[in-house]
Design a protein around this ligand. Structure first.
Ligand code: MD6
Ligand code: FE
Length: 215
């Protein structure tokens, strides 16, 4: 008997999570190299940085953005801004391969014409984690978050609307996409500390792209 530590869906399968949310296994895989090339361009134009939370903690995830607006955090709060606080310049434009993928993924869940205006680019290295939270800084309470995983595998925890709700542990690998919107839009989620590893495309890194309709 094998101990089921994770839900391990088949390649290219759709795993429903809760109404409005699903894991699209391998959905981004055909575009992974193009996405990674674009990540390189974006992080050159708008360097990754460790933002500080309103509580004064330096986030272990290194972040930047592309799109019309970008998510930022500093001791005075979370917000979306049209410019990068480091350079004062607009964020790099959202590459068409990013926008097209996000729109297609959202459509799979029944969210038509999804047009994200923000994409947060997250870099995880071994030990990097994201504590349980809900994304509440966006105007539209129903438009989904589309989350694309590239590189090293990570354990993603997808919970419910309340802090103590049971969560499901999903092992997200290169090319996986998770979508949560509608009734699932404000569910708790977290990423466990990234284990050591080496990925042929990204080295010792997991990249995560999270798309939102922010404004
Ligand atoms: C992930 N990221 O990395 C999911 N949320 O798989 C997030 O949920 C997230 O990276 C808010 C701010 C930054 C994030
Ligand atoms: Fe989040």
């Amino acid at each position: 008997m094998t101990l089921a530590l994770f839900d391990e869906p088949e390649p290219d399968s759709v795993t429903p999570l809760t109404p409005g949310a699903a894991l699209l296994r391998g959905f981004a895989r055909p575009h992974a190299d193009a996405l990674l090339a674009a990540v390189d361009t974006i992080t050159t134009a708008a360097p990754l940085r460790h933002m500080v939370t309103p509580g004064g903690h330096r986030m272990s995830v290194a972040m930047t953005n592309c799109g019309a607006v970008g998510w930022t955090s500093d001791p005075s709060g979370y917000r979306y801004s049209k410019t990068c606080p480091l350079s004062g310049a607009p964020w790099p434009a959202m590459p068409s391969v990013f926008a097209a993928l996000a729109t297609e993924a959202a459509a799979q869940l029944g969210f038509p014409d999804y047009a994200p205006d923000a994409c947060l680019v997250n870099r995880y290295t071994p030990g990097t984690k994201l504590t349980a939270h809900r994304d509440f800084d966006e105007r539209d309470p129903l438009a989904p978050i589309v989350s694309v995983s590239l590189g090293l595998p990570a354990t993603f925890l997808f919970g419910g609307p309340r802090p103590g709700d049971p969560s499901r542990a999903l092992r997200l690998v290169h090319g996986d996409v998770v979508v949560w919107g509608g009734p699932a839009r404000h569910h708790y989620h977290a990423v466990k500390p990234l284990p050591d590893g080496w990925h042929p495309r990204t080295g010792a890194v997991r990249w995560n792209l999270t798309f939102r309709v922010a404004l």
